[in-house]
Write a protein that binds this ligand. Structure first.
Ligand SMILES: C[S@@+](CC[C@H](N)C(=O)[O-])C[C@H]1O[C@@H](n2cnc3c(N)ncnc32)[C@H](O)[C@@H]1O
Length: 236
């Protein structure tokens, strides 16, 4: 795996009819790289990662709101036999694609992050998801999310930057840029200076021994140092 990946085909795993489905090749690469014995997907949708895990002989647990598990409320860890080696999510990109009441089910369901009323509500709930994933991961294991940025009504929201900022700095392991293919908007012709977004990000963290409290303390100390004038900062 390298820091830029591109898979022109999504592969045979999961369902191509599930809008916003994950490309199975990125799951294959994650598994090939980190060699987990337990892989958990907290928004499995059509089951892409489950299909890949079965093919690669990796133990798998898949959760999703459409199966009754809500990552903004329920403890992911409570559904697992032991903490995960990789805890993966491919959540909604805010309201880009609405899931409950559209891709599945007959009406919007509480907790569905594709139905958040604002980007701030989406980020708040996504932070709960990421902390929940972290808690469900063993020390030294990987928690990771596939997320895209969004432009709506001329406003660009970099969700990947927000996600990185919300989690412990010392745990960020890699930021992978994944080129997007076969998007519905690929046929759109853009005019003027508009630059279409044709990539998303796989953010990878490694869970450290530090408690969340200790990590938050480090962040607060760094911010304090940064806010001092250059002459007041400790050298070295
Ligand atoms: C991008 S899709 C996942 C696609 C899937 N990986 C696949 O390949 O088919 C996002 C999923 O997040 C789920 N979801 C939205 N809010 C959720 C929540 N609060 N808890 C659990 N799953 C949620 C949706 O039901 C949807 O299946």
């Amino acid at each position: 795996m390298k820091s830029v990946v591109s898979y022109p085909e999504r592969g045979k795993w999961g369902k191509s009819s599930w809008r916003g489905n994950t490309c199975g090749y990125i799951i294959k690469d994650l598994i090939g790289h980190f060699k987990p014995s337990l892989f958990v997907d907290v928004c499995e949708g059509s089951g892409t990662s489950g299909d890949v895990c079965r093919e690669m002989g990796v133990e798998y647990i898949g959760l999703d709101l459409h199966k009754g598990q809500d990552f903004t409320k329920d403890s992911i860890l409570s559904f697992l036999p032991r903490p995960a080696d990789i805890c993966f999510s491919h959540p909604p990109y805010h309201c880009m694609i609405r899931y409950s009441g559209s891709v599945w089910g007959s009406h919007p369901v509480d907790g569905d992050t594709s139905h958040c009323k604002s980007a701030d509500e989406f980020l708040e709930k996504s932070q709960v998801m990421l902390l929940n994933q972290r808690e469900a991961t063993r020390e030294g294991g990987i928690y990771t999310t596939l997320i895209g940025d969004m432009r709506k009504n001329g406003v660009y929201r970099s969700f990947q930057a927000d996600f990185i900022g919300m989690m412990p700095k010392n745990e960020l392991l890699n930021v992978i840029i994944k080129l997007q293919h076969n998007m519905q908007s690929n046929g759109t012709r853009y005019r003027g200076r508009f630059i279409p977004v044709v990539h998303e990000y796989l953010l990878i963290w490694r869970k450290s021994r530090k408690t969340l409290f200790a990590s938050a303390w480090d962040t607060a100390r760094d911010l304090k140092v940064e806010s001092r004038s250059p002459g007041d900062r400790p050298s070295g």
